[in-house]
Design a protein around this ligand. Structure first.
Ligand SMILES: [Zn+2]
Length: 200
C-alpha cells in the first residue's frame, strides 16, 4: 500500500506577525485555534494532516515573503494533495462580514484542483452558515500562484466586524467552522480518490 499523502493546513501568521488585530484579539491566535480544530476533525475522519505551524511561531521571521515561502515548501516537501491556508479578514468598514475563499489564477491540473476545492469549501460554508455573505474569488497572490500543490486560502470571517469577532472567539463557533471545513475537505478527497480509481 502506498503512503497516503497529507493535506497541509496552514494557520496564517504567527510569532512576531500577529496578522489583523481588533479589541486585543490577534488573528494569528484565531487562525491557529480553528486550524487545530479542523486538523483534529480531519484526522478523526481518517485523513492524514500536516500543519505548517502548531504553536505561536513565525516560520521565517526575516520577512513575510520568506515566511510564506517556507510554508509553501512544507506543503511541497511532504507531497500534500492540497494546501489550505486559514485566515481571518479585516477591513476599515466594520459592517462588512462573511467568508472569502481564494484560489489561484492560471491553468493546469493543480490550478483546476485548487479551484474545485475552493468551490467545495465555499459551497459548504454557504450551506452551513446561510445567514452571512460568502464570496469566492480567483487571486494572483504569490502564496497561491507560487504553490506547487493545489492551494486555497479561506478567510473565515471578519475580525473588524463586531458580531463576527464575537463569534470567532467563541469555541463552539470555532468547532462549527472546523467541522464544516473538515467535512468539505474529506468529501472532496473521497471524490478525488474515486475519480482516480475510475480512470485507473
Ligand atoms: Zn491573515
Amino acid at each position: 500500500m502506498s503512503a497516503i499523502p497529507p493535506v497541509t493546513l496552514d494557520p496564517g501568521h504567527g510569532g512576531i506577525d500577529g496578522g489583523a488585530t481588533a479589541d486585543g484579539i490577534l488573528e494569528k491566535d484565531l487562525n491557529l485555534a480553528i486550524t487545530r480544530e479542523t486538523a483534529k476533525r480531519l484526522e478523526a475522519k481518517g485523513l492524514k494532516v500536516a500543519l505548517t505551524r502548531d504553536s505561536d511561531i513565525a516560520l521565517d521571521p526575516t520577512s513575510y515573503a520568506n515566511d510564506l515561502r517556507r510554508r509553501r515548501q512544507i506543503a511541497a516537501t511532504n507531497r500534500s494533495w492540497a494546501f489550505i491556508s486559514i485566515h481571518v479578514n479585516s477591513i476599515g468598514d466594520s459592517s462588512v462580514r462573511g467568508t472569502l475563499v481564494l484560489y489561484p489564477e492560471g491553468s493546469g491540473s493543480e490550478r483546476e484542483t485548487a479551484k474545485a476545492l475552493a468551490e467545495a469549501l465555499h459551497e459548504a460554508l454557504e450551506a452551513d452558515f446561510p445567514n452571512r455573505p460568502h464570496r469566492i474569488q480567483v487571486s494572483d497572490i504569490p502564496h497561491l500562484i507560487e504553490s506547487r500543490v493545489p492551494a486555497v486560502l479561506v478567510e473565515v470571517g471578519f475580525l473588524s466586524n463586531p458580531e463576527e469577532r464575537r463569534m470567532l472567539t467563541n469555541h463552539l463557533y470555532q468547532e462549527g467552522l472546523a467541522e464544516t471545513l473538515a467535512q468539505a475537505v474529506r468529501d472532496f478527497w473521497q471524490k478525488q480518490q474515486s475519480k482516480a480509481k475510475a480512470t485507473g
